[in-house]
Design a protein around this ligand. Structure first.
Ligand code: NAD
Length: 283
């Protein structure tokens, strides 16, 4: 594996491109919005200088990472001769399937087509292209340079060779791979959101105050933050959207969203990004 294209330079794509370039892979970051490319470039420069300040990278090593990073606004050019693409555009099945169809026109038949989706079916994305055996979920976590896990999702038609190649890729970039099957929510989204959802139900029922609830979970399970604080960090609109999607897929009451969550989203209290969620972040 030598050359990777990251498609979409937002929160996740810019972080993923940094991870692959830092690991010595030639990396092209592609976005349709030029401001996003500029923002990614700035983020990379800032992260590199922070790593040098902390003594994690020498000036020479930082210069090498920069050499490995190329930015592009042209899809055909960006994905040309790549061993792998990692798509990180917004969470829309229509957008992702049409993009994969486009990308397929410009890559070698053996290029691995990875998606960073956190909830969409890999099998459905794969069905849009001629080589579904090469399509796989490569689920990084936010912030990508810091978080250790890559959840690798094997769709119904994803070949074992593709999964194996992505396991090697994960190790190459210094991450911990875990392979899971393509069920809605995979493991991390499904199980993690159940914890968040149950905490919101408990709050709604008055079992405990928000601080007490989060403190109990933090100390009782040695978690870095409580589930309500986690919901604020993810964004309550995203939590609701994913719970609704899980419910629509499994038709199981376990995934029904708490009314309190729905009300907070209706009120525009989406968590950290609006400075108000279960906690207040205005100050
Ligand atoms: N943010 C998270 O915490 C997180 C964590 C894990 C996975 N994910 C998943 O990663 C993906 C991206 O999420 P994000 O938070 O980085 O989104 P984002 O909105 O920050 O970034 C998306 C980027 O894609 C670009 N884009 C839109 N259409 C495009 C196209 N046709 N071609 C190329 N670029 C295009 C946008 O300009 C933007 O820069 C989603 O599937 C999301 O579910 C997000």
């Amino acid at each position: 594996m030598q050359k990777v294209a990251v498609i979409g330079g937002g929160t996740m794509g810019s972080g993923i491109a940094y991870v692959t370039a830092r690991a010595g892979l030639d990396t092209v970051l592609y976005d349709v919005v030029s401001e996003q490319i500029n923002a990614a470039r700035k983020y990379h420069a800032k992260t590199l200088s922070r790593e040098q300040e902390k003594g994690r990278l020498t000036q020479e090593q930082a210069a090498k990472v920069t050499q490995h990073l190329v930015y592009s606004g042209n899809l055909a050019e960006a994905v040309d001769e790549t061993d792998m693409i990692i798509e990180a555009v917004p969470e829309s099945i229509e957008l992702k399937t049409s993009l994969f169809r486009d990308i397929e026109q410009h890559v070698r038949p053996d290029t691995i087509l990875g998606s960073n989706t956190s909830s969409l079916p890999i099998t459905e994305i794969a069905a849009a292209v001629g080589r579904p055996d090469r399509v796989v979920g490569i689920h990084f976590f936010n912030p990508a340079p810091v978080m250790q896990l890559i959840e690798i999702i094997q769709g119904l038609q994803t070949s074992n060779d593709t999964v194996e190649a992505v396991v090697h890729f994960a190790e190459l970039v210094g991450k911990e791979p875990v392979v899971v099957k393509d069920f809605p929510g995979f493991v991390t989204t499904r199980v993690g959101l159940m914890l968040v959802s149950e905490a919101i139900f408990a709050l709604q029922e008055g079992v405990a105050e928000r601080e007490a609830l989060d403190k109990a979970m933090r100390l009782g399970y040695n978690l870095p933050m409580g589930p309500l604080a986690l919901a604020d960090l993810i964004g309550l609109d995203i939590v609701l959207h994913v719970l609704d999607a899980l419910y629509a897929n499994y038709h199981d009451d376990r995934y029904r969203a708490p009314i309190l969550l729905r009300k907070m989203v209706q009120a525009g209290h989406l968590g950290r990004k609006t400075t108000k969620g279960f906690y207040d972040y205005a100050s």
